[in-house]
Write a protein that binds this ligand. Structure first.
Ligand code: KG4
Ligand code: ZN
Length: 338
């Protein structure tokens, strides 16, 4: 039997993260989140890369310490090559290269989106691994995709957003309502107390399996402006109902496309990943899909849904088992495709 330790490093957006995986099991999963962006209402790339530079060594150090191993025991270093913010990616990429070079062990590049999907293959009690082929919907502040996953490294994007990501739809709607950043969790909380049918918002008409969320955001802005003119306290008095109605609309958009994807491909195993999969409404909608459409659904453990390095470590581990490693001259790629 093999005893493989892989260090995963993630720095594509505003979280600096490192994780040690041992034979498919996560030993440590350390994240330094950057609070600085809250006051700007969104991620500021320049500030993100600076914070990564500050955090990367302490985060990796903690990940090794929590795993109870020394860096000399590592078999490979995996890192996020893209997609993401270039300045942020460069920090993790350069650090991973140096460490792999210093330790003279394989360097393994990982696609962040594959990470979100393959996080389902982390060994975790109480969590089933989806069998191939399955459909994966990655929903976060940076991404919205439906991917047909034929095998670990055989994936096809069959639908994606043509403008905003679904997390942005939550966050930008929240901004209009005067909520803090990121607004997704707050909208979710308030939605539970409101009536999802109180207000109707126009759903976008987008061909095939693609998504669009920018029109919804504009629709909400005009709606709020119009109603506030009539009643200056409109938002305040109806906040929970507005949140419930926005969340309901977003979920209908997502589930409609999943239904179509499942019908088109004949695949009924459906997995989600990314920060928005924390949303209680989407989780419930997936559960309902099991009864209504005969789906089997997979939602990863919470800590593996938002950006993290465990998902990078599992991909690194799977690639290592296939004998894969990358050259030291590999470059970070902001728009890396699956
Ligand atoms: O995956 P993630 O941590 O970072 C990336 O964007 O890659 O996702 C963050 C996004 C934010 O837009 C946030 O508002 C959203 O996930 N989010 C939620 C919930 N929790 C986080 N959206 C809706 N409901 C939630 N419970
Ligand atoms: Zn992500």
């Amino acid at each position: 039997s093999q005893n493989i330790y892989v260090l995963g490093i993630e720095s594509s957006c505003d979280d600096t993260a490192a994780s040690v995986i041992y034979n498919g099991k996560i030993l440590s999963n350390v994240i330094a989140s950057q609070k600085i962006h809250e006051e700007y209402g969104g991620v500021v790339p320049e500030l993100a890369s600076r914070a990564h530079q500050q955090n990367i060594v302490p985060v990796v150090h903690n990940a090794l310490k929590k795993a109870g191993i020394t860096k000399e025991e590592l078999n490979a270093i995996a890192f996020t090559r893209g997609p993401g913010l270039m300045g942020s990616l460069l920090v993790g990429t350069s650090f991973a290269k140096s460490l792999a070079y210093g330790l003279n062990i394989p360097l393994i590049d990982v696609n962040h989106m594959q990470g979100h999907i393959l996080a389902h293959y982390i060994e975790e009690e109480g969590f089933e691994k989806p069998p191939f082929p399955f459909l994966a919907m990655t929903i976060s502040g940076g991404h919205t995709q439906i991917v047909k996953v034929n095998h670990y490294f055989d994936m096809e994007v069959i639908g994606e957003t043509i403008d905003d990501a679904v997390g942005e739809a939550f966050d930008k709607s929240g901004k209009i309502l005067g909520l803090g950043y990121p607004a997704g969790p707050e909208i979710d909380k308030r939605a539970k107390l409101g009536n999802p049918k109180a207000f109707q918002f126009t759903k976008p008409k987008v061909d095939g399996l693609n998504f669009s969320f920018s029109g919804l955001k504009t629709g909400i802005l005009y709606f709020v402006q119009r109603e506030t003119k009539k009643n200056p306290k409109f938002v305040e008095e109806n906040l929970n109902d507005i949140c419930a109605s926005i969340q309901y609309t977003i979920i209908v958009i997502l589930v409609d496309k999943l239904k179509k994807a499942s019908k088109d491909t004949g695949i009924k195993h459906i997995a989600i990943g990314g920060g928005v999969s924390a949303n209680s409404g989407i989780r419930q909608a997936l559960k309902d899909g099991e009864q209504k459409f005969g789906w089997t659904t997979y939602v990863p453990k919470f800590e593996y849904t938002t950006d993290n390095a465990a998902m990078i470590a599992i991909v690194g581990y799977l690639k290592y088992l296939e004998g894969y490693s990358t050259e030291q001259n590999v470059m970070a790629s902001a728009r890396l495709k699956i």
